[in-house]
Every structure is written in structure tokens, then in C-alpha cells.
Design a protein around this ligand. Sequence first.
Ligand code: HEC
Length: 327
Amino acid sequence: MLSRVLPVWVVGCLLVVVLMGCGANAEQAAPPPEDGLRRVTLDKSDAEALLRYYFGGYVPGPARDPFDAGLLVLRDGDTYLQLDSLTAWHPDAAQQLRGSTETLDWDGLKPFLQATYYDARRLPPTLDALRATVPYRDEGWFTVELHGVMTTALRQIHVDEGALRAALRGYHEAGAQLLYPEGTTIVGEHWDDTTLVEATVMQKRPDGFWDYMTYGPDGTLARTTSTAPRQLKTPTQCAGCHFGDKQFEPERSFPGEARPGPHGPRAIYVDDALRDMEVTRFFDEHRKRSDYVLGLYNTLFVAQLRADRRAGRIDATDAALLDTLGL
Ligand code: HEC
């Protein structure tokens, strides 16, 4: 026995040291995540909406609520990511999050989303592939040209007039909100003189959120925009502005003109007939941004319809639409 050779107090000390050592070790080696769960926290005011948005994109099939699908789990007021589900649905993406048990915060989540969101959503890999299903340069698409905050390039924005009419028809029923139908695609082409340099796209998911896409100069999906003044990371920086309530020029001053910004002009290039104060006030579209959409497409489209009516070239359906709106 040890106590025969060593005094009792030495044995006691040894035991304490061994026990303390074990305790310290147990603390250092973090326990495996319980049931494959990893805690997620976003230190942001709209954290819950952002989590529903981002992780809804990783639920297989049409995007839907990640809490209902069991991908996100609430426990004692904390949100956890169910890594086993993510692994079953997107093994490559899940690989990036395995191996660490630390709480996943916004800084940890950003690179994951930037690297895996496009694949998880199976978004069209090229602008040509998108155009094959969404013929946004055809007749029946409403086009607006402007210089805004996203880029110094000229933006040419295309919205399906059918989607605008649907949002307008549902305006009163939706409680004075402009909500676009599922699948609506809004394309913002960036032009440098006569060259198409990139495109940013929003496409409405079935759960009411939108996918954000950037197609680079070679026409394929890109992780960031590449035009001045800054490279916008997709989808994380896109959601930053589109989910927020900050107002931007030139939309904020419309129907007045906006002053140039630090990087150049800020202007919406429309006919004076479309600078319709009554319609602009009626929708208050940029400030309200009912559907994460920041541009003034319904305002300008309705102003166009009113100009058509004045000129006596509006059809009966659109005239009835204006009547329903009381415009
Ligand atoms: C600095 C804020 C800001 C950021 C960041 C931003 N946007 Fe926008 N976005 C706007 C504003 C303002 C408009 C309306 C005017 C315009 O088109 O420039 C807009 C318009 C759009 C539109 C047309 C539909 C709409 O809401 O009017 C699309 C598509 C779009 N953005 C996609 C993107 C994508 C993709 C990203 C990320 C790569 C992104 N945006 C990042 C502010 C931003």
C-alpha cells in the first residue's frame, strides 16, 4: 500500500492533485454536442426572422419554416441547429460546421452561408439558365433605369408586369401592403456603358422570403458583386439592407430629384409623367417596403397606367385596377 511507504498527508495531496487534474481535463475537452445540436445566436434585432430566412433555405424542397422542419430547435429559450438533419440534407455544407461545438454566432455563420446557400437552394448556375425560365427581357416586363446605392454602375431593373398587377390587386386585402406572388423574379442588370457587367437578382421563395443572387461578369453565380463602390457579399449583405428600415437615395427623395452621393449620381431615369406625387404618397413604397423590395416599381407602374389613361390608351382591365385602388 502507498500509505506504508509515504506519509498519509503526502498520499492525500497526491489524490487531490490527481482529482483536480481530472477535473480540469474534463472541462477542457468540450462534451460532444447533445443529439448533434449546435447552439446558434445572432446578436441582431431581427435575429429570428434572419434565422427563419437563412435556414429555411436549407430545408429540402421548397423553402419552408426551419423550426417546423426540425432543422432549428428551441430549447430553454435558446436556438439550436440540428446538425444531423443538415448532414442528411446537405452533407458538404454540414461538413463546414462539424468538428466545433462552439456557439455559432454571426461571424461564424456568414462564411458558411456565403459558401453554401446557392447550392442548398439549387439556384440557376448562370444568368442564361435563369433567363431560360424567366424571360425578363421580353414584352410584358416593366423596366426602370437608375443610379442607386448598390453600385456605381447603371442599374436596369426588370419586373414582371403580371407580378406588379397581382401585388396591386391584393393591395387592400393585404392591409395596404404590396406583396408579390411566389416565384416573382426581379432582375437588376448592372451596365458599364454598353457592357453588361453583372446582375443581382431576387426571387421569391414559397415561404415569403427571397433568394438573393449575384451573377458575375462571366454570367455565373458569384459570391460577391464586383462593381464599385464595394463588393457586396451574397446573400448576407443583401439581407442586411433588404431586411432593414434604412432609407436610401434616390428612392427617398422621389418624386423629387436626389443629390449625388459620395460615389456619383443618384437618380431614377423616368419620364416626368411618372413623377406622380399622389401615387408616390399613396403607396409610400420605399419606406414601407412591404415585401423586402426597396424600389418603386408599383408606384412607377401605376403612374404609367395613369398617364396611359390620360392619353386615352388604357385597357379596361387596367382601368378597373386603378378604380379599385381609388387612383
Ligand atoms: C446598401 C444597401 C443595399 C445592399 C447591401 C443591397 N441592396 Fe439591393 N437594393 C437596395 C436599394 C435601395 C434598392 C432599390 C434601388 C436599386 O435598385 O438600386 C435595391 C434593389 C434591389 C433589387 C431590385 C428589387 C428591389 O428590392 O427594389 C434587387 C434584385 C436587389 N436589390 C438585389 C440585391 C442583392 C442580390 C444584394 C446583395 C448582393 C443586394 N441587393 C444588396 C439596397 C441594397
